[in-house]
Write a protein that binds this ligand. Structure first.
Ligand code: 6PG
Length: 262
C-alpha cells in the first residue's frame, strides 16, 4: 500500500493560490527535466478561475513558468461550441490563456473538435486520438500519464465527468469516454476515463467552500466515499494526489489536513 493523498488546507483564496502555484511549478519543472514538455489536463467548474489566480498573480523576480512548453488538454469537456458559456475551453481561455503575458510563452491547447458535436462517441474517439498523438501510440502506452491533472470535485463526489454509479467508471480500456446523460448540465460531454484520471504523475484537486464539506467528509472518512469517483482517483493515485482546499470545505473532516503549505 502506498501513502495516502495529501490534503492541504488554506485560510484564504490567496494562500490557496500560492500553494497551488508552487505545486504546478514543481510539476512543470519535473516534467521539463524528464521530457522537455509539460502535459496538463484541466477540468471546468471553478478550477480555471482558481488556476488563473494561482498562475497569473504578481511575481517578484524571475517567473519560473514557461508556457511555451505546456500542452493543455481537457480532463472533461462539454459538447458545446467553443464560444458557448458552458464550454470549459472558453472558461480556460478567458480566465487564463488570454491573460498569459507574452514573455511567458504560448501553450499548445487541445480543444474538442466541434465537428462532432452531434456524435459524442466520435468526439471522444477523436479526442483520444489527440492524446495518442501526443502520448505515443496506444499499443506502446497502456495508459497515458499526464504530468499534471487539475481536477474539481462536485458536491456528489464526481470528478471530470465521471459521476457516482456511472457505468463509465467500469471502463478500463478507453482513454476518453462520451457521456450523454450527465446529471450536471449540459448532458453531453466527454471525459477522461477513470484509469487515465488516476494515472497522472501528479493529480491536484481544488475544492473550496462549505458546500463541499459533506462530500469531503464522505470521500476522506468513509468506505462508501472511497467508491465515489473522487475517492477512486484518491485510491488509484495515492500520494500522487494533492487536495487544495479551504477550511470551510474540510470542516468536520477527520482525515488530517496539513496547514497550507507543501
Ligand atoms: C465540469 C467539471 C466538473 C467540475 C466539478 C466541480 O466540466 O463540469 O470539470 O468535474 O470540476 O463539477 O465544479 P466546481 O469546482 O465548480 O464545484
Amino acid at each position: 500500500m502506498g501513502k495516502p493523498p495529501n490534503l492541504f488546507a488554506f485560510n484564504t483564496a490567496d494562500e490557496l493560490a500560492v500553494g497551488l502555484r508552487a505545486f504546478v511549478i514543481d510539476a512543470q519543472n519535473s516534467a521539463l527535466d524528464r521530457h522537455g514538455i509539460f502535459r496538463v489536463g484541466v477540468s471546468g467548474g471553478s478550477l480555471p478561475k482558481v488556476l488563473a489566480k494561482a498562475l497569473l498573480g504578481k511575481v517578484d523576480g524571475d517567473n519560473p513558468l514557461d508556457f511555451s512548453k505546456w500542452e493543455i488538454f481537457f480532463a472533461d469537456e462539454r459538447a458545446v461550441p467553443l464560444d458557448h458559456d458552458d464550454s470549459n475551453y472558453k472558461a480556460v481561455k478567458e480566465e487564463l490563456l488570454d491573460k498569459i503575458p507574452t514573455e511567458l510563452g504560448t501553450p499548445i491547447v487541445h480543444p474538442i473538435d466541434v465537428k462532432y458535436l452531434d456524435d459524442i462517441q466520435e468526439m471522444a474517439d477523436q479526442y483520444e486520438q489527440t492524446l495518442v498523438r501526443s502520448f505515443a501510440a496506444r499499443d506502446s502506452v497502456r495508459t497515458p500519464m499526464f504530468d499534471l491533472l487539475l481536477l474539481g470535485c462536485g458536491p456528489d463526489g464526481h470528478t471530470c465527468s465521471l459521476f457516482p454509479g456511472s457505468p463509465l467508471l467500469r471502463d478500463d480500456s478507453a482513454w476518453v469516454l462520451p457521456i450523454s446523460d450527465s446529471p450536471k448540465p449540459p448532458p453531453k460531454r466527454i471525459t477522461l476515463s477513470l484509469p487515465v484520471a488516476g494515472h497522472g504523475i501528479k493529480i491536484g484537486f481544488v475544492a473550496t467552500g462549505a458546500g463541499k464539506k459533506e462530500i469531503m467528509r464522505q470521500i476522506f472518512d468513509t468506505e462508501e466515499g472511497h467508491q465515489l469517483p473522487c475517492g477512486l482517483v484518491n485510491g488509484l493515485g495515492q500520494e500522487r494526489v494533492s487536495w487544495f482546499v479551504d477550511y470551510p470545505a474540510v470542516e468536520g473532516v477527520a482525515f488530517p489536513a496539513r496547514r497550507g503549505s507543501l
